[in-house]
Design a protein around this ligand. Structure first.
Ligand code: UDX
Length: 472
């Protein structure tokens, strides 16, 4: 094998983010980081997924826009170019199939259409495009790297679950392959371990894409998850680069409010900021279930009443189409605020008024919470979120769990919500200790992202590895 010398100076990295906010947002941050660190980066995406941004783009970062297949071909409602714009989760399968229709255009671009830049040196694909792994192999002999959006902890545990199938033999078990004991139940594993899932074939394709990839890029940092990334690399024989928290990439202040904003939903950054400015330091709980999470109406009431009972101020993000916060909240006056649609999460998390984060434990939210140094109340809803909860509560000890039940376990009651919020926000020994640990992790995150920090070095290594990748 000869070294890919031609690409050595500044590799041309093509980034194709999966079309869901929880994947698109970190991959766009990652593209910016790579470009700032010296790579030439082309992001291929559809018009509705190009970010709004006020920060100057590094000259070496460019966007290549391709049209999303039209509704007559896909059967999707017009304008749905992102999973979270779908009116119902049931359309996720058809959306995944629709995205496959992008194959021809992407293939053409990779082979002929990205001039004047040199041909791609690598393809970094979002996990919803698993077929890109074989496409790249078929048409271009370049490394195929995957961004899954998972923590190293989840990658490692998932790898061993696939290998050992522990969950097929027991309902309650310890996660295999970890250097310490973490107990879980089968029902809390990511849905791709569910053999009866309706979209089983989709998960199988995703798994194939994962296995076919030459390396994995993770939005995490060494000090947050010591050992897991290295163990995952060793177990799979793949290269693993931990380059996060990617949300800490350089951007203008205004951009912090715009991050992840979609054209359709107005984000009232000023309203959120003014409201937070009027609160005392460390007095607000921020409540968000990510870009897609929704609670049932009854559960929404219990959560709302629990927040009221806790006595702490709260900012609660309620998705479009989700049940409104309970009417009782109207009596809360200034103490609570509901943000409809999309919140400027990074700005909120970094505000001095923030004292805690009630989160569904999407990995981006967890890493952003860690980077901001806020302790968490964990309420996972599905996907990798239960595994992330284990990391936050049992390993890092910067959170307490409250929700995260499956339907058959009943509602999370308001008293439980109030108690969990008080444990995290309160000034007793437990709250103080959690805050101390959270601040310590935030310091480590900041240092990791410096050029000489663990993530800074890993990012440089990633660019170097791609530049020097042996050509078959
Ligand atoms: C999805 C999966 O659900 C999650 O389990 C996986 O780890 C990543 O992909 P999502 O549920 O959207 O993600 O949650 P999360 O990982 O937290 O990502 C949401 C992103 O949107 C975060 O970067 C967050 O800052 C941003 N966001 C979300 C906002 O900026 N405003 C909002 O109102 C909601």
């Amino acid at each position: 094998m000869a070294e890919n010398r031609e690409a050595r100076i500044a590799p041309h990295m093509v980034v194709i983010p999966w079309l869901a906010q929880g994947h698109l947002i970190p991959m766009l941050d990652l593209a910016r980081l790579l470009a700032t660190a010296g790579a030439n980066v082309t992001v291929i995406t559809t018009a509705a997924n190009v970010p709004l941004s006020t920060s100057p783009c590094p000259a070496s970062l460019r966007f290549c826009v391709i049209p999303f297949p039209c509704p007559s071909l896909t059967g999707l409602p017009p304008g749905c170019e992102n999973i979270d714009s779908l009116p119902t989760h049931r359309l996720a399968g058809p959306f995944y199939s629709a995205a496959k229709l992008l194959r021809g255009r992407i293939e053409h671009l990779l082979l002929h259409g990205l001039s004047p830049l040199r041909p791609p040196s690598c393809l970094l694909f979002g996990i919803g495009f698993p077929w890109l792994a074989s496409l790249a192999r078929d048409v271009l002999p370049i490394p195929r790297l995957v961004f899954h959006g998972f923590s190293s902890f989840t990658h490692l545990a998932s790898h061993y679950l696939h290998a050992c199938k522990t969950h097929e033999r027991a309902y309650n078990f310890f996660l295999p392959g970890l250097p310490h004991k973490v107990e879980i139940t089968r029902s809390k594993l990511p849905v791709f371990f569910d053999k009866a899932s309706e979209v089983r074939s989709v998960y199988e394709e995703i798994r194939e894409g994962e296995v076919a990839a030459d390396g994995v890029v993770v939005n995490s940092f060494e000090e947050l998850e010591p050992k897991y990334a290295a163990m995952f690399a060793e177990a799979t024989g793949k290269k693993v680069w931990t380059v996060g928290p990617v949300s800490m990439c350089q951007r203008e202040k205004l951009d912090v409010g715009l991050r992840g904003r979609k054209g359709s939903s107005g984000v009232d950054v000023d309203r959120c900021k003014r409201w937070l400015d009027d609160r005392e330091i460390g007095s607000v709980v921020y409540v968000s279930f990510g870009s897609m999470g929704r609670l049932e109406p009854e559960q929404t009431v219990e959560l709302g009443m629990g927040l009221v009972m806790s006595g702490w101020a709260f900012m609660w993000v309620v998705r479009e189409g989700a049940p409104p916060p309970p009417v009782e909240l109207e009596g809360v006056g200034e103490r609570g605020i509901a943000v409809r649609g999309w919140s400027p999460q990074l700005m909120v998390l970094s505000h001095a008024a923030l004292g805690g984060f009630l989160t569904h434990c999407g990995w981006n939210s967890v890493v952003e919470g860690v980077a901001a140094g806020v302790p968490m109340v964990t309420w996972p809803l599905g996907a990798d979120q239960y595994l992330n909860e284990k990391l936050v509560v049992e390993v890092l000890k910067v959170g307490v769990e409250v929700g995260g039940r499956k339907e058959d376990e009943g509602l999370v009651r308001r008293e439980e919500v109030a108690r969990a919020v008080e444990r995290v926000m309160g000034r007793g020994e437990e709250g103080n200790e959690m805050r101390r640990r959270a601040k310590e992790l935030a310091d480590k995150a900041r240092r990791a992202m410096e050029r000489s920090g663990s993530s800074g070095l890993s990012l440089a290594q990633l660019i170097h590895d791609v530049a020097c990748w042996p050509v078959a």
